[in-house]
Design a protein around this ligand. Structure first.
Ligand SMILES: [Zn+2]
Length: 89
């Protein structure tokens, strides 16, 4: 199950836009979903994922954005509970 909102939070409020992209990390053997984002927050999410990777908080690998419509969720690993929340203060 995917969340029905973008993963970005601003000043304590969840972004109300529906997710347009699934954010995943691709390494040699697997793909891990880490979140969802609307088109407007794609750059911010990309930066945040890079930051979390540097900190060792999430998988290393290439960041990939897939249109929500075109992704069969069965082929990627991930649990919505593990998705990152991006808090813009
Ligand atoms: Zn958003």
């Amino acid at each position: 199950m995917l969340p029905d909102r973008c993963s970005v939070m601003k000043e304590g409020k969840q972004c109300v836009n529906p997710p347009e992209f699934i954010v995943s990390i691709v390494d040699d053997k697997d793909e891990y979903m880490v979140g969802v984002t609307c088109g407007r927050h794609k750059q911010i999410v990309s930066g945040k994922v890079g930051f979390l990777q540097n900190e060792g908080k999430i998988h290393a690998g290439k960041i990939n954005f897939s249109l929500v419509k075109t992704v069969g969720t069965a082929c990627a690993h991930g649990d919505a509970d593990d998705f990152i929340q991006i808090d813009l203060k």
